[in-house]
Write a protein that binds this ligand. Structure first.
Ligand code: ES4
Ligand code: ZN
Length: 326
């Protein structure tokens, strides 16, 4: 359709993508075979049927289980390349991807295996697909501050190849302030800071991400809309929100895409962006998320151009890099 072609042709950046969440069931089976791992599922169809979630924790349980097939540097490279090939078709030019090192180091996979594999996939994607990318290390917030510090330590040899740190996993009960010191340490090492906030957690968690973690972006941020003073603050400082429409639908953060707040965010002057979060689990890649909100919320082409512009202005590309990407 005309709308699909318009979206595909817009240069877009993806700023909220968990690379482990791009593991398609087909690749899960291939890696299980390659690594001689028994899966608790008999078929790809059975895996897909298990992808029905009523909240964030439902999803996280199955997402951490799926990651168990990732063992070697080649596995992480193949995972990343499969994702980049898929979003190249969507007209995606730049990606800032999250990875969860603790999910792997806690299973005995060395940090270097994970990072070297992902970095190899990123380099290959830049060469063969022309997609640039930057890597963000996420701390798992259901684990403690000491574990986050140990992860930052393990990342020491890779700091020049990481653009920033993030905070993900179970939000409620794990406020941003729990990670204030490790985020300060990351900032002192020259890393950008982002955090998931206001996906399921209250507006207070978004305030804490700003004030205690000094974040450069808010991941999700949906529940910020409940607090007019917070909206005013986010708009005044031009804070980017990395919004994930199909994720919000699958995890019941919204009841219906027609009621998705992305349009309201733009109308309030917020710098919202559209992203896929965990595309293999939530039923769509970057282009599907754009198409879904464009159709269901009823965005104008002007709105879509604003969202595309926001995806680059909110990225961690330098001005020189931006000039070459757009
Ligand atoms: C996540 Cl949707 C979401 N929220 C929090 N943590 C995550 N890790 C992967 N996907
Ligand atoms: Zn996320």
């Amino acid at each position: 359709s005309g709308l699909a072609r318009f979206i595909q042709g817009l240069p877009k950046a993806e700023l909220h993508l968990h690379i482990e969440g791009s593991l398609e069931p087909e690749l899960m089976f291939e890696l299980a075979r390659r690594n001689r791992i028994a899966l608790p599922f008999g078929s790809v169809e059975e895996v897909r049927k298990a992808y029905a979630f009523s909240n964030l924790q439902d999803f996280l349980d199955i997402y951490y289980q799926g990651a168990d097939v990732l063992r070697t540097e080649e596995d992480f490279k193949d995972l990343a390349l499969a994702y980049f090939r898929r979003v190249a078709a969507d007209g995606c030019r730049h990606v800032e991807l999250f990875f969860d090192p603790q999910t792997h180091t806690d299973r005995g996979i060395p940090f270097a295996v994970v990072a070297d594999g992902l970095l190899a996939g990123m380099a290959e994607a830049e060469r063969s697909l022309g997609i640039s990318s930057k890597l963000i290390l996420c701390f798992l917030r259901h684990l403690d501050e000491d574990a986050a510090f140990a992860t930052l330590k393990a990342a020491e040899p890779y700091l020049d190849r990481l653009v920033g740190v993030g905070l993900d996993s179970s939000e409620v009960g794990h406020p941003p302030s729990k990670f204030e010191r490790v985020f300060r340490a990351a900032g002192e090492r020259g890393l950008k800071r982002v955090a998931h906030a206001g996906e399921e957690g209250p507006p207070e968690y978004v305030w804490e991400a700003l004030q205690a973690l000094n974040v450069d972006r808010i991941d999700h941020g949906n529940r910020a809309l409940e607090d007019p003073r917070l909206v005013e603050r986010l708009a005044a400082e031009g804070m980017t929100l990395t919004v994930c429409p199909l994720s919000n639908l699958k995890l019941c953060v919204v009841d219906d895409l027609k009621a998705h707040p992305i349009k309201r965010m733009l109308d309030l002057g917020l710098s919202a962006t559209v992203n896929s979060d965990d595309p293999a689990y939530f039923g769509g890649y970057l282009g599907d998320n754009w198409q879904a909100v464009a159709e269901r919320v009823g965005l104008t082409r002007e709105d879509l151009v604003t969202l595309a512009r926001n995806s680059f202005s909110g990225s961690f590309l330098t001005d020189a890099e931006k000039a070459r990407r757009i």
